[in-house]
Design a protein around this ligand. Structure first.
Ligand code: SAH
Length: 229
């Protein structure tokens, strides 16, 4: 998979891809992530990429031309399945969205800044708009990092244990059960006996019950959705 991220702060996005699981995925060439500096595509003086909003008001807006130039240059070299704009008014990012994106070959993620991007970019170039939650960040970079992490860890060969991603919360509309590791007793607090019993079938049953319990308690709407399947 190839992910091209367009940003005015490529430095800000370096670190998430230089550690742990994402780093390994890139080293194994399961995914290629390119950080593209929008300022390299402006023809304005002083690398200008933003301007005042027509009609006035506080906050700058990213201009259409540098974005259009950048997209044109990228599209000359690759074809893209989706051009994603990170935006608080986009579709709320869900596990199912990550699952979908993880099946694609090439995607572009466009990070907004300031007041956002000129609306015409959204109308004419963007194919998906994704929000990571009902709050406003100062830029799309952290949202892009969240999105990419959610996608990349699903790609085949990235997680060591192939079943690992499948047993995470949300994959089956249930939250994950509690997990424990050594020591089996700490400060008098014991791990549930069943988990140290070695009885795989009972452990699986226990985990499923805990998943149901936890989902019912914490996310009743998910629990109902699960019940209807
Ligand atoms: N004026 C806009 C907010 C702009 S925030 C509004 O009120 O909707 C600046 C940039 O940060 C956005 O263009 C977007 O790329 C990014 N951003 C902010 N919050 C986000 C969120 N919850 N999810 C995804 N991207 C977000």
């Amino acid at each position: 998979m190839r992910i091209d991220i367009i940003t005015i702060h490529p430095e800000l996005l370096k670190s998430p891809f230089e550690h742990s699981i994402l780093k390994r995925a890139i080293e194994k060439k399961v995914v290629e992530v390119n950080l593209i500096d929008l300022r390299d595509y402006t023809t304005y003086k002083h690398n200008q990429v933003d301007d005042y909003a027509f009609g006035g008001g506080a906050g700058m807006v990213l201009m259409i031309e540098p974005i259009a130039n950048c997209l044109k240059a990228l599209k000359e070299k690759n074809t893209y399945d989706e051009i994603i704009y990170t935006s608080p008014d986009g579709e709320l990012l869900q596990q199912s969205t990550c699952n979908y994106f993880s099946t694609l070959k090439n995607i572009i993620v466009l990070c907004g800044h300031y007041k956002g991007v000129d609306e015409r970019v959204r109308e004419h170039f963007v194919t998906k708009e994704i929000s990571i939650g009902d709050y406003v960040l100062s830029g799309g970079e952290l949202a892009a990092a969240v999105l990419c992490d959610g996608i990349i860890r699903l790609l085949p060969g990235v997680l060591n244990d192939e079943t690992s991603a499948l047993t995470d919360s949300f994959q089956d509309d249930l939250l994950a059960p509690p997990v424990y590791t050594r020591p089996a007793e700490y400060n008098g607090w014991k791990v549930p006996d069943i988990l140290t019993s070695g009885h795989t079938a009972n452990i699986e049953k226990w985990r499923h019950e805990k998943s149901l319990e936890r989902t019912k308690e914490r996310r009743p709407e998910l629990y109902n959705k699960y019940g209807k399947k």
